[in-house]
Design a protein around this ligand. Structure first.
Ligand code: AMP
Length: 286
């Protein structure tokens, strides 16, 4: 725990809007860090990053029901506001926006934002409707808080691509920043869901990052991409993962499949592997 003061909490749209208006009237720039709480050092690094670029930082905490599918972990998703606030104390967080479910989805709410194409593959194929829920809630948070900038982690790389697309398509006046993926010491991508792993599975989980690095090395050394992906998939199963949803090299901007590393284009290697009923997401640049 820290002695630093806890950030102020706004729970209504009116409250967050009036605070942002005061800041804007004073000529201050505002940044938003959307989260679902259960904060870890990955989230806190987003706060640090955006704080370098704006005068005032809002962290939103809302476990968004519409981005969870049936049978997913919405009910048991970790919620501990006091611990989250303590973690934000001493950080450059000037306001926490923690709206109630009724504030975000009042009765009669029927609208959904759908980003065609990209929302249907990879995470979208595994979790139908997930990105509609993400796009809709992020659009609402952007309208409610009117930030100059908002930051999203590269941990959820496809989510970042989806958000950039609808912000552009809907002319939302905000700059979207991507935050570096933060890892635990052994390389496992930091995630609120890592808490679901048993000790044994937690040790295996770190092999996902190592395998991504191996596949990247193979591709950079000229191995055909499909062969490198297949080798990575086999390596994950050999190391104890129960299933590999995908391990795939994509264009970093569009997430379209690539057959080779085109000169000058940047590529991203994305993977999801399952262990002990937990889906682990990871990705690295190639
Ligand atoms: P979540 O609370 O899981 O919805 O995540 C909130 C934000 O934190 C999203 O933009 C995530 O991409 C980002 N995030 C989660 N884990 C990490 C991580 N390990 N490194 C960087 N950003 C992360």
């Amino acid at each position: 725990m820290t002695d630093a003061a806890l950030p102020r909490i706004a729970r209504t749209i009116a409250d967050v809007r009036s605070q942002v208006q005061v800041w804007r009237d004073a000529g201050l720039t505002v940044g938003l860090v959307p989260t679902m709480g259960a904060l870890h050092h990955g989230h806190l690094s987003l706060v640090d990053s955006i704080a370098e670029q704006v005068d005032r930082v809002i962290v939103s905490i809302f476990v968004n029901p519409t981005q969870f599918g049936e049978g997913e972990d919405f009910e048991v998703y970790p919620r501990d506001e006091d611990t989250d606030l303590a973690k934000l104390a001493g950080k450059s967080c000037h306001l926490v926006y923690a709206p109630s479910p009724d504030t975000m989805y009042p009765s009669g709410f029927v609208t959904s934002i759908r980003v065609a194409g990209i929302s249907d593959e990879l995470e979208g194929a595994a979790r139908p409707g997930h990105f509609n829920g993400v796009a809709t809630i992020v659009a609402k948070l952007l309208q409610q808080t009117r930030p100059h900038k908002a930051i999203f982690g590269e941990k959820d790389y496809q989510q970042l691509v989806v958000i950039r697309q609808f912000v552009k398509d809907l002319d939302i006046p905000v700059e979207i920043l991507g935050g570096t993926l933060i890892r635990e010491e052994d390389g496992l991508a930091a995630s609120s869901r890592n808490a679901y792993l048993s000790e044994n599975d937690r040790a295996i989980a770190s092999k996902l990052y190592q395998t991504l690095q191996m596949v990247r090395g193979d591709i950079k050394n000229g191995k055909p991409i499909r062969q490198a992906e297949a080798k990575g998939r086999a390596a994950l199963i050999n190391q104890g993962f129960s299933e590999v949803d995908y391990i795939t090299a994509r264009d970093a901007g569009t997430l379209k499949e690539i057959d080779d590393l085109a000169d000058g284009a940047s590529a991203r290697l994305l993977a999801v592997a399952r262990i002990g009923g937990v889906r682990l997401l990871d990705n690295i640049s190639i």
